[in-house]
Write a protein that binds this ligand. Sequence first.
Ligand code: HEM
Length: 412
Amino acid sequence: MSGADIGGLQTFPDALQGRDAWLDPFDWYAEMRENAPIRYDPTRQTWDVFRYEDVKTILANDDEQFSTSPRNIAGFQEPPEDEGFLLETMLLQDPPRHGELRSVVEGAFEPRSIRELEPRIRTLTAELIDEALVDANGELDVVDALAYPLPVIVIAELLGIPHDDRDQFKRWSDTIVRGADEDVDPEAFVQEQQQAGQEMAAYFLDQIERRRQQPQDDLLTTIATEEGESGQLSHREALGMCMLLLIAGNITTTHLITNAIRCFDEHDDDLFATLSDEDGSLSAAIEEVLRYRGSVQAMTRVPREDVELGGKQLEAGDGIVVWLGAANRDERQFPDADTFVPDRSPNQHLGFGHGIHYCLGAPLARLETRVVLDELLTRLSDITIAPDADLTPVRSSFIYGVESLPLRFERD
Ligand code: HEM
């Protein structure tokens, strides 16, 4: 998800503040897995869960014992009617509404439907690379050139945002999803973000209304008109769905691409020269990136009833952070867990979650990442991260990635 506070619990633990900790939280995870695998942090008034089995147990019991809805957190305050649309989305809803909402768009994200998008995603990727190469001079920032714009364009096309509105759509999305640069005044940025959120909400509502009057062959029409088990989505639900699809799949995919490049660059073998789309080695390596340096490091949960877990007593309404990134480095599940093994098998990582909330966009994220990396590997040679690159991490302990990634290369 984005760095935005959608779970209501996203204050970071003291140990994970600042550049070094954001770039390398893995030693802290290891210490916690061994010494405090399920712990209560009184400062944040939150439980933290670090081991693979415990994280998986929680995610597997979302339908009964645990909830993703911040409304179940003790003391939750309902936002005003014209805010908080994400509360009405599948991500933050429990069964039965969760399944009803998910079923509205599930068909569009099935592997079969997503596979059909590959030629179009290849064309878009090739266009973005060509554009970037015009002034590249042997170096390009892969975030600005590719990893950031591609997911925004793809989701805009899937939703059916009219071509003329794409630039405006991208500007709102940049402000809402991408976050502030370090030199921007944080207060002014929050205001700018709120305004972009309101403008985009008004835009989506207008588009939804138009699709109700005049259906088209796009995802906005499905969201606007699909009769789920309990009828059409409410305005809040339809709007929340559009915002969720935009927010959930953007930065997460951007960072899967950049995290992959960092993993390949650091590996002893020349992975840029050996990985291939044809023999499946590229896809296997992408799965390993999701385990080793997943873009989503943590998710939040709330017990619906008092629960005992690993000898600890969790109470209904407590906040829980499940550390996917720590679970994915657990030696009990992954031999040699702190090593990047490009052909690791089996690889039951939790990078896309687990259970009923398992990432709806996983097939799309995998496809976009595979296509971008394949096009880069095929069209450029001698790829390396620029030696003087100063990696700036995303300022979050929930999202893992870097703000920019300058590459050096030769053209084939
Ligand atoms: C859910 C990760 C890309 C849409 C999730 C969850 C994770 C995740 C961990 C589970 C949340 C939870 O259990 O609370 C990622 C990563 C991505 C990615 C690492 C890219 C590398 C996408 C894309 C889309 C998307 C491209 C769609 C355009 C969703 C939705 C959910 C979700 C709608 C909620 C599913 C539900 O509640 O049933 N994602 N995601 N994601 N993701 Fe993704």
